[in-house]
Design a protein. Structure first.
Length: 454
C-alpha cells in the first residue's frame, strides 16, 4: 500500500482497483477464519460443555456462517465482505469494459442502465462465493488429507496387494493416485492464478484469478449508485400499502403482524450486524495486526521506561557494601587442580554446587567433615589461653558429679554443632542435600556425587 500511495493518481484508472488493494483484501480474508477459531478455542476452554462440540465442527460451521455472510454482501453490494471493506465490488464483463470506450464518462451519464447490465448473474455469484469460502475449505481439507496419506505412502503402507477386499484395493489405488498427482495439480493451479494476476497487473484483463477470468468477472470500485441503492427508502411503506377496498382477512392480518414485528426487526438487526458491527470488527483486527507488526508499541514502552529511569533516583550505597568493596575477598577461581588435595584432578566428580574435585577427596571429605570441623575447632581453642585458668579454678570448687554432668552436656552440644556444620561444600559452605547423618555408623552417608566422563 505504500507503493500505491506514491503513484500518480491522474494516471490511474478510477474505476478499476489496484492489485495492492485486492491483495490486502485477500490477506484480510485469510485472517478471518483463524481469528474466529482462536476466539472459539479460548472460550471453549472456559465453557467446554457448551462450545466443545462447536469447536470440533468448526470448519463446517464456519463454512456455513461465512457462506451466509458472503451471500448477503454479494446480493446487496456485489462483492465479498472484505472487498466491501475496501470499497471494491465484482461486476460482469460487458462490451463496454473494453479500453476503447471511456467508461468513466458513460457511467456518469447513465449509471443505472450500465450498472444493471453489468450486475452479477446468479451463476457468477455462486462462483464468487465458492472462490471466497468453498475453495479455501477444500484446499485446507485436501492439504490435511495429503499430509496423512503422504506419510503412509513413503513408509509403504499404501499397498493394494495387501488389501482384504477388491473395494479396499481400489480405495488404496485412488489414494496413491491422489498422493502422486495432488502436488502437480496444486502447482498448475497456482501457476494459472499467477498468470491471471500478471495479466491483471499489466492491464490486459480485469480479472486477477483464474475463476474470475473463466467466469467473466471483473473488479470495480463502489460508486454513488451502489450507496444510493442500499440506502433505506423513505417512501417504501407507502408503496407497499395494497390498493384495495375490502378489509384484510385474518390470515393477512397474521402475516402483517409477523412482517411488522418479526421480519422487519430481524432484517434491520441483521443489516446492522453485517453492515456496521462486522466492519468495526475488521477495523479492530487490522489495527491489532498493525500494532503487532510495527515497532510502535515497543517504542512507546521504551520511551516510558526511559522516563522512569530519569525520574527515579539511583539507590544509595550502603556503608557495608562500601567497606566490603575496599577489602574484597578473593573469589575462588577454578583450574585444573583439585581444591582439596591441590593436585591435578584424577577421576573427576561433581557435587550439587557445581564444583569439581577428585572423587576420593570429596567423598572422604564429606564423610568425615564433622571430624574435620572438630579438629579445626580444637586447634582454634588451643590458641586461646587467656581466661581459661579462672574458669578451671571455678569449676574445681564444684562437686565431682556436677562437673561430670556439665562436661557431658557440653560434649553433646559440641558434637551436635560439629554434625550441623558437617556435610557442606568445602568452597561455598552450602549444605548438601545428598549428605545425611547416620547415627549407627557415626558418619555422613554421602550421595549426590556424579562422576564426569570426558
Amino acid at each position: 500500500m505504500e507503493y500505491y500511495s506514491s503513484l500518480d493518481a491522474s494516471k490511474l484508472d478510477s474505476e478499476t482497483p489496484t492489485l495492492f488493494e485486492l491483495i490486502s483484501a485477500n490477506q484480510l480474508e485469510a485472517l478471518l477464519s483463524p481469528s474466529l477459531r482462536y476466539i472459539l478455542v479460548h472460550y471453549a476452554q472456559k465453557y467446554p460443555s457448551y462450545l466443545l462440540k462447536i469447536t470440533n465442527r468448526f470448519d463446517e460451521l464456519n463454512l456455513l456462517f461465512r457462506t451466509f455472510i458472503e451471500w448477503y454482501f454479494f446480493k446487496f453490494w456485489q462483492g465479498s465482505f472484505t472487498e466491501n471493506f475496501y470499497g471494491i465490488k465484482r461486476v460482469s464483463q460487458t462490451p463496454l469494459s473494453n479500453k476503447k470506450y471511456n467508461f468513466g464518462k458513460l457511467i456518469q451519464l447513465t449509471p443505472s442502465m450500465i450498472e444493471e447490465r453489468r450486475k452479477l448473474s446468479p451463476t457468477q455469484i455462486a462462483v464468487s462465493i465458492f472462490e471466497v469460502t468453498g475453495l479455501s475449505y477444500l484446499v485446507e481439507k485436501f492439504n490435511y488429507r495429503y499430509e496423512l496419506l503422504y506419510s503412509k505412502y513413503i513408509t509403504n503402507q499404501l499397498n493394494a496387494e495387501d488389501a482384504p477386499t477388491p473395494a479396499d484395493a481400489r480405495k488404496i489405488k485412488l489414494q496413491v493416485l491422489f498422493v502422486k498427482w495432488y502436488p502437480y495439480i496444486q502447482s498448475v493451479w497456482r501457476l494459472s492464478n499467477l498468470i491471471a494476476t500478471l495479466s491483471f497487473l499489466s492491464g490486459t484483463t480485469k480479472s486477477p484469478s483464474l475463476l474470475t477470468l473463466l467466469s467473466k468477472i471483473n473488479y470495480a470500485r463502489l460508486n454513488q449508485y451502489d450507496y444510493t441503492k442500499n440506502e433505506p427508502s423513505a417512501s417504501s411503506h407507502d408503496r407497499n400499502v395494497p390498493n384495495r377496498v375490502s378489509p384484510p382477512s385474518n390470515l393477512e392480518r397474521v402475516f402483517s403482524l409477523l412482517k411488522t414485528y418479526v421480519a422487519k426487526p430481524s432484517l434491520r438487526s441483521s443489516k446492522l450486524l453485517l453492515g456496521t458491527l462486522f466492519p468495526l470488527a475488521i477495523f479492530s483486527l487490522k489495527f491489532l495486526e498493525w500494532w503487532n507488526n510495527s515497532d510502535f508499541a515497543q517504542t512507546i514502552a521504551k520511551s516510558q521506561r526511559n522516563e522512569l529511569e530519569d525520574t527515579i533516583p539511583p539507590p544509595s550505597l550502603l556503608r557495608g557494601f562500601v567497606i566490603s568493596g575496599k577489602n574484597p575477598k578473593k573469589a575462588y577461581k577454578s583450574n585444573g587442580l583439585c581444591p582439596l588435595c591441590k593436585e591435578e584432578i584424577s577421576n573427576p566428580a561433581i557435587i550439587e554446587t557445581g564444583h569439581v574435585f577428585c572423587y576420593t577427596c570429596i567423598y572422604n571429605y564429606l564423610r568425615d567433615s564433622h571430624k574435620l570441623v572438630h579438629i579445626k575447632k580444637a586447634a582454634a581453642q588451643n590458641a586461646q589461653s587467656s581466661g581459661d585458668e579462672s574458669d578451671n579454678d571455678h569449676e574445681a570448687t564444684k562437686p565431682t558429679s556436677e562437673r561430670t554432668t556439665s562436661a557431658e552436656k557440653q560434649q553433646n552440644l559440641k558434637a551436635l554443632k560439629f554434625i550441623e556444620k558437617g556435610g557442606r561444600c568445602p568452597i561455598t559452605g552450602q549444605k548438601l542435600l545428598g549428605c545425611k547423618w547416620n547415627e549407627a555408623t557415626g558418619e555422613f552417608d554421602v550421595n549426590g556425587i556424579r562422576r564426569l566422563i570426558f
